[in-house]
Design a protein around this ligand. Structure first.
Ligand SMILES: *Cc1c(COP(=O)(O)O)cnc(C)c1O
Length: 406
């Protein structure tokens, strides 16, 4: 029996890297009296540091990861009823912005081993009306972007990368978030780095950058000659307080990511002898950054699958999430019942029937992935002792459940 050992959590100080560096920059902001990003020094400094870190021409800081995806979709400027292909396993913040821009999200199936959307599944969803593709690098494991980018290029449409879980993840040598037209990031409490709420977008495209910057400012182009409110848009600005914290957090990001990877490699080695659980595969040329640590539970070897394993882990106070999201995005009421603006069902009223066909047969990868995945919490503050504790808790739980089954 493994005795309980409390794991650092990203919901509180134990699992975060917030400290004096953040406090010092916050003090500067408070002392300056300028809290708005439109007049302060922290937000432009943060944007310059982000552009430099990722090696891109433009970064725009904004209020959330959802706002980041919304800015990216708004920059693409779809016509009502145009389609944006996305993935069935992601955060709702990557989907609802599509509806707010009057476009129809079309869900592509995922690879049952990684939960990442695939080029083949996207290809099956493309139509005359497709205006963009949104991919999510799930849990920080890069999608196989090469063939997805090729598909998009052949059509002349942009790829938007949702990197909320994938800070500094690499596809070959390239950082994810710099390969598509726009990279979207979240600074929410539970991400690799945090300001509580917040986010940013990255792009090398001057026109997309301007449009996103204007979009988060109620379409008012600050600093330009004869400005006007140019189109329908919201206030998705960040604040100087958030930008100050983000700058201090950004400086700590590389070390945090390295630690997450090293800790994950340690656990992966220790799980090698367990047949019933298989860590999510990472492609040989890719670097996954472990926002969480997902594994597959083989229900043929471990009866009850992820639910049974999660229950066994709970007994030794190890938290885990079977299925990650309880159901695919398209089974949530907003999509399943088309609950949008009043009773209009807009923009679904403009959708091709095939685009909103959510029949199980169309999503074998999604359903298989969700029924086999168990997600362990992961953190840059996990010590080797924490990792060893997790490994032995898993080994015990697997042994117990497989023995019971015999
Ligand atoms: C967290 C997350 C978002 C949304 O970010 P918020 O800052 O919470 O709005 C979007 N996509 C993915 C994949 C996420 O993990």
């Amino acid at each position: 029996m493994t005795s309980p050992l409390s794991l650092p959590t990203d919901q509180a100080a134990s699992g975060r890297t917030l400290g004096q560096e953040e406090i010092d920059l916050l003090t500067e902001v408070i002392t300056s009296g300028t809290l708005t990003a439109t007049k302060g020094a922290q937000t432009p400094a943060l944007e310059a540091e982000l552009a430099e870190t990722f090696g891109v021409a433009h970064a725009v800081a904004l209020s959330s990861g959802t706002a980041a995806v919304h800015a990216a979709v708004a920059a693409v400027d779809p016509e009502p009823g145009d389609e944006i292909v996305t993935t069935s396993i992601t955060d709702m913040g990557a989907i609802t912005p599509i509806l707010y821009q009057s476009a129809v999200p079309v869900f592509a199936d995922v690879d049952p081993r990684t939960g990442n959307v695939t080029a083949d599944a996207i290809a099956a969803c493309l139509s005359e009306r497709t205006r963009a593709i949104v991919v999510t690098h799930l849990f920080g494991n890069p999608c196989d972007l090469g063939p997805i980018l090729a598909l998009a290029e052949a059509r002349g449409i942009p790829v938007i990368e949702d990197c909320a879980q994938a800070y500094l993840a690499r596809s070959g040598d390239a950082l994810v978030g710099t390969l598509g037209a726009v990279g979207c990031f979240s600074l929410q409490q539970g991400k690799h780095i945090t300001t509580g709420e917040g986010g940013f977008v990255l792009t090398d495209d001057d026109a997309l950058a301007r449009r996103m910057r204007v979009f988060v400012n109620k379409a008012w182009p600050y600093g330009e000659a004869s400005p006007d409110h140019e189109f329908v848009a919201l206030n998705y600005r960040t604040t100087e307080l958030a930008s100050a914290v983000a700058r201090a957090q950004l400086a700590k990001l590389p070390a945090g990511v390295e630690r997450r990877i090293a800790a994950a490699e340690r656990l992966t080695k220790q799980l090698a002898g367990l047949d019933a659980v298989v860590p999510t595969p990472v492609a040989p040329d890719d670097t996954a950054v472990y926002w969480r640590y997902p594994l597959h539970v083989d229900a043929d070897r471990l009866p009850g699958g992820p639910d049974a394993l999660a229950a066994a882990l709970r007994e030794v106070e190890v938290p885990s999430a079977p299925r990650y999201i309880q159901k695919p995005a398209f089974r949530c009421r907003v999509l399943a019942e088309q609950r949008t603006f009043g009773d209009s069902r807009f923009p679904f009223t403009h959708a091709r029937p095939e685009a909103v066909d959510y029949a199980d047969e169309r999503f074998p990868g999604t359903l298989s992935y969700l029924s086999s995945v168990l997600v362990l919490p992961w953190n840059e503050r996990f010590t080797d002792e924490h990792v060893d504790h997790l490994a032995s808790a898993l080994a015990h739980a697997v042994a117990e459940r497989t023995r019971e089954a015999r």
